[in-house]
Design a protein. Structure first.
Length: 324
């Protein structure tokens, strides 16, 4: 399980060899063996004893912002074979192999988007959303990505960004048309979200950033050395590369919450600039839904594991690819 501390005044402590959550309504004991990660928002806190126990047991401790994105992380100095992997990671990022890797990532992203649309768009809506035509357009962009050639990433980066943006617009336009009216949005908005759908999506992506960053660190990979996204902004840019494969998992959860009308306006606050932010109830619903979804077992490449474990395995495989 993932411990989420996002209520003001909540404290995580160590109690013997387990965790305990102290909150205004009492105490909740959590067995150490069940905890996979700990996420702490403003107003909540963790004791040093609890943090040390998490480190000793290789449990992620993340401090997150209001969007659910990691601000800081506590992890063991024993994680990964950092120096060897990082050295080869840098070499890889400037090699021809990096082109094949990022093309595969983007093709997989579009394949996942197509699969999601097929699963959530009801047949009676096909004509309304020009379903077949839009799927064909997505496949066209996937073919352009497959066919583009270059010696290094910078040769093809402008084309890839253009096709990625165009395919994303098609994808979200179709999604927008199948959502209930109260969740429909004018455009994809990130910083900040200007509607309920984008507020949920941004928070879910923030959670996913943290999980992918942790998986990369545990595999010995430096998340700040990017391949397609470069290192200009002192951010974990490799996370922005890898997350493209898995964004669709957040999309699926958020779309279904909207179709079920699981979050209403009481789950959000609207600021003076018109931006939407998830409040405590909305965060609880989204966090639980996404964590449940990531805990479900699925089969990828003949291996049946939880979605969270598949992320960990992908990071390990990527580290081995760098070492080659």
């Amino acid at each position: 399980m993932d411990i989420i501390l996002n209520t003001f005044g909540t404290t995580l402590i160590r109690e013997n060899d387990n965790f305990a959550i102290l909150h205004p309504d009492g105490k909740q004991r959590v067995p150490l063996s069940e905890v996979k990660s700990i996420s702490i928002s403003r107003g909540a806190q963790i004791t040093s004893d609890a943090a040390i126990m998490a480190i000793e047991n290789e449990i992620d401790v993340l401090f997150v912002d209001a969007k659910g994105s990691p601000l800081g992380r506590v992890w063991s100095v024993k994680y990964g074979s950092i120096s060897n992997i990082r050295r080869n990671q840098l070499n890889f990022s400037f090699s021809a192999n990096a082109i094949n890797w990022i093309k595969d990532v983007m093709k997989q992203k579009i394949n996942n988007q197509i699969a999601l649309l097929v699963s959530v768009v009801p047949m009676e809506k096909y004509a309304d959303v020009n379903f077949e035509a839009n799927l064909n357009r997505l496949n066209d962009y996937k073919k352009k990505i497959a066919d583009v050639k270059g010696k290094v990433i910078s040769d093809i980066a402008p084309s890839l960004r253009g096709w990625e943006g165009a395919s994303a617009k098609i994808y979200f336009d179709v999604i927008n048309q199948i959502l209930p009216a109260e969740y429909q949005f004018e455009k994809r908005s990130q910083h900040p979200a200007m509607d309920m759908f984008n507020a949920m999506l941004n928070y879910g992506y923030g959670m996913l950033y943290g999980k992918i960053e942790g998986a990369l660190i545990r595999a010995g990979i430096d998340p700040y050395v990017g391949i397609f996204h470069r290192n200009d902004y002192n951010r974990p840019v490799l996370v922005y590369d890898v997350i493209e494969i898995y964004r669709v998992w957040v999309d699926y959860v958020v779309i279904n919450l909207c179709l079920q009308a699981a979050l209403d306006e009481d789950c959000f606050s609207v600021q003076a600039d018109g931006s939407y932010w998830l409040e405590a109830l909305g965060r609880r619903i989204l966090i639980q839904s996404l964590n449940d979804y990531l805990s479900e077992h699925i089969t990828i490449k003949s291996l049946t594991r939880s979605r969270q474990t598949h992320i960990e395995l992908y990071a390990q495989q990527l580290a081995q690819e760098f070492l080659k």
